[in-house]
Design a protein around this ligand. Structure first.
Ligand code: 9MR
Length: 408
């Protein structure tokens, strides 16, 4: 419900208002002509207003690609991001699909990959009734990463958010109908984590054990919290640690207001987990820029605060919606500067071990397929444009990595 309100709030308010007015007009006593006329005019006015706003809101923009006027330097063209990252032992990664057409380029530019979707429960567990898994797509990606000497981040075992879209509905039903919800949930999680982590044991050194547990200041309400409250997180980590004690176990989350209530609640959760000796080793900060631009000073402080708890950090899903830079003189350049700054912040904090981009090129990007982002273009959230040319984002990231070289 939260996510629906978050994404569609304004639309829900608009259409409910129109609906209420229409129903009122329909059922208003016929003899009360005056009031019915007022209702009808109000409906007309609001609709016209709505149509104008919708046109304004969804009319696609296009921004000048000024970067095309400046040729990319020879040094940048000949030194991939991977070469710079390798020399300082930094993970530079990208999300990938098993059928990606850009595998060669990815192997050249990155030393780390994560499956955008192929390691998720909805993809792996094809028959939840009989616990039947299909690892074929995930295995193809694993093979690709191994044969190119790239690290594979495991994403994700337990997903706190979007339980409907991410899990078999059967689990929800099983928990709801169970006499002992906690035991049922534990046994489902145990079986799932055991099968998936077991399958990749020795191949994956970093897993997102729990993804997106938070909703604002509290936990995202889900079958997990319903059955076990906050302790579902402890259980998932403890169990994952038992299965592969050598694996780095991460909790992955999207935070915006680093200094605000949600950021504080998140740090408080981490402190509680540490106090309970939960085997958690790192925090993934997704850092999607979809609803707004992140406050970079806040991000810097947040990474430090996590580091001081003895946890590692990675920026795990960086992308920046171009439209958010619409008020800047050169939106592509402003997007690039923000990309470079985020990478720089990570490079400068000893706790931060890598940055992963949530996609490579604007040609194939998730925002163009998921409402409400898909309703208005250009999203163009990645580091290469739709013609695979290097955007300012690539250049700024490259420069951040270059400045972090010991001999710079
Ligand atoms: O980019 C992913 C998109 O293709 C999927 O449809 C969606 C649902 O599985 O997940 C997207 O990736 C999400 C990631 O796994 C977790 N953080 C938010 C990402 C963007 O929604």
């Amino acid at each position: 419900m939260n996510i629906i309100l978050d994404l569609f709030g304004i639309h829900i308010v608009f259409f409910s208002t129109i609906l209420i007015l229409c129903l009122s007009w329909l059922f208003w006593p016929r003899k009360n002509i005056g009031t019915r006329k007022i209702l009808l005019r109000t409906i007309g006015l609001i609709s016209v207003f709505g149509i104008i706003l919708a046109f304004r809101a969804y009319w696609p923009y296009s921004y000048e690609k000024n970067y095309l006027n400046t040729p990319v330097s020879k040094e940048i063209m000949s030194t991939p991001l991977k070469a710079l990252a390798d020399s300082i032992d930094f993970n530079i990664g990208v999300a990938i699909a098993s059928n990606s057409e850009f595998k060669e380029l990815i192997a050249k530019e990155f030393n780390s990959v994560v499956a955008e979707n192929d390691f998720k429960p909805k993809k792996l567990l094809i028959d939840p009734v009989h616990w039947k898994f299909d690892f074929s797509a995930a295995d193809r990606l694993m093979e690709f990463s191994k044969s190119n000497g790239m690290r594979m981040r495991g994403h994700t075992l337990i997903w706190g958010k979007f339980p409907g879209r991410t899990y078999p509905q059967l689990w929800k039903k099983q928990i709801a109908e169970s006499a002992d919800k906690e035991e049922t949930m534990k046994s489902i999680m145990t079986q799932y984590i055991h099968t998936v982590m077991g399958h990749f044991k020795g191949q994956i050194s970093t897993w997102d054990v729990v993804n997106e547990p938070m909703a604002g200041e509290g936990l995202y309400p889900s079958p997990f919290t319903e059955a076990m409250g906050e302790y579902y997180i402890d259980w998932a980590f403890k169990h994952a640690h038992e299965i592969d004690p050598d694996c780095s176990l991460f909790l992955n989350e999207q935070i915006y207001d680093y200094d605000g209530p949600a950021g504080k609640a998140f740090l408080a959760l981490l402190k509680r987990l540490k106090k309970r000796n939960v085997p958690i080793h790192g925090i993934g900060l997704q850092t999607h820029h979809i609803k707004g631009i992140h406050d970079l000073d806040g991000l810097k402080r947040f990474i430090r605060a996590i580091g001081e708890l003895g946890l590692k950090v990675e920026i795990t899903e960086l992308d920046i919606r171009l439209l958010l830079m619409g008020n800047e003189d050169d939106p592509y350049e402003a997007q690039g500067v923000q990309f470079g700054e985020v990478v720089n912040i990570c490079l400068r904090d000893q706790a931060c071990e890598g940055v992963t981009f949530w996609g490579l090129t604007d040609k194939v990007n998730w925002m163009d397929h998921i409402p409400p982002f898909s309703w208005k273009s250009p999203n163009a959230p990645h580091i290469l444009d739709e013609d695979m040319r290097k955007k300012p984002a690539y250049i700024h990231i490259w420069e951040a990595l270059k400045k972090a070289q010991p001999n710079f």
